[in-house]
Design a protein around this ligand. Structure first.
Ligand SMILES: [Zn+2]
Length: 95
């Protein structure tokens, strides 16, 4: 997805792109199980905007943080239900 904000500090999606992705997922008989995005300069934890504008409480949100390394990001996963942020264990390749 293209970041329609064209900003390293915020992110928004174009509704037509979202519809196309959901159409593609549906046409492949697949299911949306998670969404990932990156935090270029902040930690791998949902921001206030991530929590406030979360439209997908039923799926896993994966956040990659490049705050400490531009090569090997910190990767964390969460479920966001209302204002509750619930860490979600994922297996990492280097664990
Ligand atoms: Zn975020």
């Amino acid at each position: 997805m293209e970041n329609m904000d064209h900003s390293p500090n915020s992110y928004s999606m174009d509704l037509d792109q979202v519809r196309k992705v959901f159409d593609l997922v549906h046409s492949r008989n697949e299911e949306l199980v998670g969404i990932y995005h990156s935090h270029p300069t902040t930690k791998a934890y949902p921001s206030l905007k991530d929590i406030t504008y979360n439209n997908y409480p039923e799926i896993t949100h994966i956040i990659l943080s490049f705050a400490h390394s531009k090569i090997q990001p910190d990767v964390e996963a969460f479920q966001i239900k209302g204002v509750r942020v619930i860490p979600f264990k994922i297996n990492k390749i280097n664990d």
